[in-house]
Design a protein around this ligand. Structure first.
Ligand SMILES: [Fe+2]
Length: 242
C-alpha cells in the first residue's frame, strides 16, 4: 500500500495576497506529482487554507482533487475550520461535534486520523484514540496536523505547538508497540523519536521555515511531499521536493 502525504497547502481565496507565493500553482504542481506516482491513497494533513478558512477555498481544492481519480482523505489544521472543511469536502459522515476524526484499517495496519485544529482535542476524541489504540494492530500509524512532541524548531515549538502534549503523549505511550505519527504544521522536514513514538514531520506545499530561528524566517520555497509505503512488518518513507 502506497500513501502520499501532502500538507500545509495554505491556498488563499481568489483575491487573497499570499506573501508572493503562488500557492494555487504549488498545489496544482504537487497534484501532478501525486498523479504520476499513482498512490493507493493521498492524505492531506491540514492547513488547506492560507490564513482564514473559506468555503470557496475548499471547493476549489476539491474540484481539482476530484479530477485525479486517486482516493484521498483529509484532516484539518489550525488554519481550517473542521465543520466547514467537512461540509465543503463531503466528509459530513466523519464530523463528530465539530471535529473530524476517524479510523481506517488496511491489511495488518491500523491508521488513526485526528483533528488537532484548535491545538487541543475534546474528551470524546481522546476516548476514541484510547479505544482505537487498544484494538489496533501491532503496525499502527497516526495522521495529526500538529507534532505531538517538541522537535527542536524553536519558533514553532515555543509559539505554535500542540497545547496538550503531556496528555496526548500519555495516551500514545500506553500503546503496546511503536506508533508512527505523521504531521505537518511546522513547515520543516524532520524525524523525531520520542518514547514509543516516531514522529515524521512533512514539509509544506507553501514555504519551509528556518528550523534554527527563534522568529518566523523562511528557509526556502521548494515544496515537498512524503511517500509512505506500508509493508507487512515495516514502513518505508521518504520526502521528495519539487
Ligand atoms: Fe501551516
Amino acid at each position: 500500500m502506497k500513501i502520499i502525504q501532502i500538507t500545509d497547502l495554505h491556498v488563499g481565496r481568489a483575491d487573497e495576497a499570499t506573501m508572493n507565493v503562488d500557492v494555487r500553482s504549488n498545489f496544482l504542481n504537487i497534484l501532478e506529482k501525486v498523479k504520476a506516482a499513482n498512490p493507493d491513497l493521498l492524505v492531506i494533513s491540514g492547513d488547506l487554507c492560507f490564513d482564514r478558512p473559506h468555503v470557496t477555498i475548499y471547493e476549489w481544492i476539491k474540484s481539482h482533487l476530484d479530477t485525479i481519480e486517486i482516493p484521498y482523505l483529509v484532516i484539518p489544521g489550525n488554519h481550517d475550520e473542521s465543520t466547514m472543511l467537512a461540509k465543503s469536502l463531503d466528509l459530513n459522515g466523519l464530523l463528530k461535534n465539530e471535529e473530524v476524526y476517524y479510523l481506517k484499517k488496511w491489511d495488518n495496519w491500523t491508521c488513526l486520523f485526528l483533528d488537532s485544529a484548535v491545538g487541543k482535542m475534546s474528551d470524546e476524541q481522546y476516548t476514541f484514540i484510547e479505544n482505537a489504540l487498544s484494538n489496533a494492530t501491532k503496525n499502527c500509524m497516526v495522521f495529526i496536523h500538529h507534532p505531538t512532541a517538541k522537535v527542536g524548531v524553536p519558533f514553532m515549538d515555543n509559539k505554535h505547538a500542540f497545547k496538550e502534549m503531556e496528555k496526548i503523549q500519555g495516551v500514545f505511550s500506553k500503546f503496546d508497540g511503536n506508533l508512527n505519527i505523521f504531521c505537518g504544521h511546522f513547515h520543516v522536514d524532520r524525524i523525531v523519536q520520542f518514547q514509543n513514538q516516531n514522529i515524521f514531520i512533512t514539509p509544506s506545499c507553501y514555504v519551509q521555515i528556518d528550523a534554527t530561528s527563534n522568529n518566523f524566517k523562511v528557509d526556502h520555497y521548494r515544496i515537498g511531499y512524503r511517500e509512505i509505503e506500508l509493508l507487512e512488518d515495516r514502513l518505508l518513507t521518504s520526502v521528495y521536493y519539487l
